[in-house]
Design a protein around this ligand. Structure first.
Ligand code: ADP
Length: 193
């Protein structure tokens, strides 16, 4: 089974993706994590994406589609959880094609619904907690970049809600609920077939 977790930054996609990965033997594909790894490894691509990410803008479709293509080729028996991808209509089309080529389907798109105030509070809090624990704070977890990230979401990613609704794949889950309740709501969607 292959699924997409869709939602704005801070909606809890990464948290739920990790839970699903552990519980169901699925593989989480987070383009954000992949891009951060590229940045940390100091590769050419890493250098190119670092500034774009710190600002909160989207990296080019070409780069992220390339990253996803590579990971898909590694395969996953339990299927994939796409987290933070696709983020544009072009990426969504590319994902559909890649899955087609592999004889695979996209089974569910789960939209985590949260309000903007909660998102900003969660992200600012995540940065504060990391700093207090002496852990690295994400370069884009500041008020300025969060605004750019939210704008990018509404302009470029939110159209995917209609796109997947039209394909009868969209399911909505309340992302404001407790982590465990969000987990149960997602499980209900996945287990109904
Ligand atoms: P969040 O969802 O909290 O914004 P991510 O870790 O998913 O965090 O992404 C962080 C940044 O990485 C984004 O703001 C963007 O610059 C880049 N990025 C991640 N995924 C994509 C993607 N699919 N397309 C373009 N840029 C991406």
């Amino acid at each position: 089974m292959n699924i997409i977790l869709l939602g704005p930054p801070g909606a809890g996609k990464g948290t739920q993706a990790k839970i699903l990965q552990d519980a169901r033997g699925m593989v989480q594909l987070s383009t954000g994590d992949m891009l951060r790894a590229a940045k940390d490894s100091g590769t050419e691509m890493g250098k190119i994406v670092a500034d774009v990410m710190a600002r909160g803008d989207l990296v080019t479709d070409e780069i992220v589609i390339g990253l996803i293509r590579e990971k898909l080729q590694e395969g996953s028996e339990g299927g994939f959880i796409f987290d933070g991808f696709p983020r544009t209509l072009a990426q969504a089309d590319a994902l559909g094609q890649l899955l087609d080529e592999m004889g695979q389907t996209l089974d569910h798109v789960i939209e985590l619904q949260v309000d903007d105030e909660t998102l900003v509070a969660r992200i600012v809090n995540r940065a504060k907690e990391a700093a207090a624990a002496g852990q690295p704070v994400r370069a884009d977890d500041n008020a300025e970049s969060v605004k750019v990230r939210l704008m990018a979401y509404y302009k470029q990613t939110a159209p995917l809600i209609g796109y997947y609704h039209a394909k009868c794949l969209l399911e909505r889950v309340d992302g404001l609920a407790e982590i465990d309740d969000v987990k149960d709501a997602i499980a209900k969607v996945l287990d109904k077939g």
